[in-house]
Design a binder for this molecule. Sequence first.
Ligand SMILES: [Zn+2]
Ligand SMILES: [Zn+2]
Length: 328
Amino acid sequence: MRAIVLDAPARPLRATELPDPVPEPGQVLLRVHACGICRTDLHLRDGELEPGRLPLVLGHQIVGEVLLPDEASTHAVGARVGVPWLGWTCGECRYCRSGRENLCERARFTGRDVDGGYAELAVADARFCFPLPPSADWPDLHVAPLLCGGLIGYRALRMAGDAERIGLYGFGSAAHMICQVAVHEGREVYAFTRAGDDAGQAFARELGAVWAGTSEEAPPTPLDAALIFAPAGPLVPAALKALAPGGTAICAGIHMSDIPSFPYDDLWRERSIRSVANLTRRDGRSFLELAPRIPIRTRVTSYPLAQAERALADLRAGAFEGAAVLVP
Ligand SMILES: [Zn+2]
Ligand SMILES: [Zn+2]
């Protein structure tokens, strides 16, 4: 099969031929129809996150068709499924046993510990693949970004409880989907972008944000929660300053630069800071059930598989609105 591999961090991805993957017991073999690009892929490519193995096929937002089912036929031949970041959990540790499989001590992640979807074929544990509705209403390209940006963004939004006024810091793939969920839930969305990103701010307003500005600006009214999707530590004290008493700053990314120190006064009055890690299968099921009912419309830029390196460069440069998806 054709695949794109990471040989070593901070080196360009390489297009190559690999032997077709052979499913192990419990796994399905998939033909990859589309694979969303996530900022985590860029962190792995750039050496900001450590890959679980090398060489490695990145990609953890896979929309695929089942070519070979698992023994239990969890998904039928020809079924369309989505493969997320959470690829396997032990089922035994204290986190798995208490509904927190996202924190499993032995978890394996797609496109980090096992080969992912920057390829024509992939294998995945059948129990961690989500069934997807028929493609006519919901094309592969548009579903792929839901599988990480949408799903982990949704987990972050749930952490905000019933916050009425939500700030989204970094208006990329995840934020453009979560903005639509928050608006659907009747919340007010305040979008924060890099200075000078007028296109990003216009895009946020188009999706229902009541206000859009730069992350250095104060919103017109204090926020009940801030979801931070951009990997920049200085956004944390900036978001704290924008929060009303009792508000929460939620860091939704897997990697962030260091957070600068800030006066205790900015945290005082029950403001809090927390992170969101990975996803549980329950998050995935509830989000994928909700998404078509809103319905979430993803803005997608597609790239052929061979241009994965360019797609990551464009993500680094903020060259597109919404999400990028690779098509083998
Ligand atoms: Zn576990
Ligand atoms: Zn991701």
